[in-house]
Design a protein around this ligand. Structure first.
Ligand SMILES: [Zn+2]
Length: 210
């Protein structure tokens, strides 16, 4: 591959969702034409995890799936769903457990339920030997506490920082103490180079492509 070729990987596509019902294939093709060589489509419940896997099988080598239950849907999680997610995760197109996490901003599921389901996903990731896609919004301290307590042996953590608002310049300052930098702090046994971040602020997108 030429050195000047920019390789883009969309680590958080949600391309299975209904908002793409009308033009999903066109969006995928446009992304590929624009240089997006890989997409990871994280599931948000059992049904969307299955949809993500189906999309991955329909687009081998381009789309990959995550399987999990989003914190907004945490009350729907059961051990049976956990087992079904584990079965899905045996498919080679599944590359991560998630999207799961903690969201204390919208708090659509009780805090204690979110924590229980979070830990269940960490166990699932461990059993499946897969990295995690973690949604965290206004719950950074809790996520770090749970990762330190229960996630020390996991291979990689990908984190969506939903409430991140500081500027890129602030982030890059060594003395910066932002939620993002805190999350970037290496966990015991983790290399920072293996932490992947999901950022969806439009201003950042402009910066990245300019
Ligand atoms: Zn997401």
């Amino acid at each position: 591959m030429p050195k000047d070729r920019i390789v883009l990987v969309d680590s958080h596509a949600h391309i299975d969702t209904s908002r793409f019902a009308r033009d999903r294939e066109e969006v995928i093709q446009a992304a590929v034409a624009g240089g997006v060589t890989r997409m990871v489509d994280p599931g948000c419940d059992l049904a969307s995890s299955r949809d993500a896997l189906a999309l991955a099988k329909a687009h081998p080598g381009t789309i990959f799936a995550g399987v999990g239950v989003h914190p907004h849907e945490a009350t729907t999680y059961t051990d049976e769903i956990g087992e079904q997610l584990r079965t899905l995760a045996r498919e080679p197109e599944v590359v991560a457990i998630g999207e799961f996490g903690l969201d204390h901003f919208r708090m659509l599921s009780p805090r204690n339920v979110q924590r229980e389901v979070f830990c269940a996903h960490l166990d699932l990731a461990r059993k499946c030997n897969l990295p995690c896609i973690i949604h965290v919004r206004d719950a950074h301290d809790d996520v770090m506490e749970l990762l330190r307590a229960h996630g020390r042996d996991l291979h990689m953590v990908a984190i969506y920082v939903g409430s991140f608002t500081v500027s890129l310049e602030t982030l890059l300052r060594p003395e910066s103490v932002s939620p993002l930098r805190v999350l970037c702090s290496p966990l015991p046994g983790h290399s920072p180079s293996r932490v992947m971040l999901y950022l969806k602020l439009p201003a950042w997108s402009r910066w990245i492509v300019s």
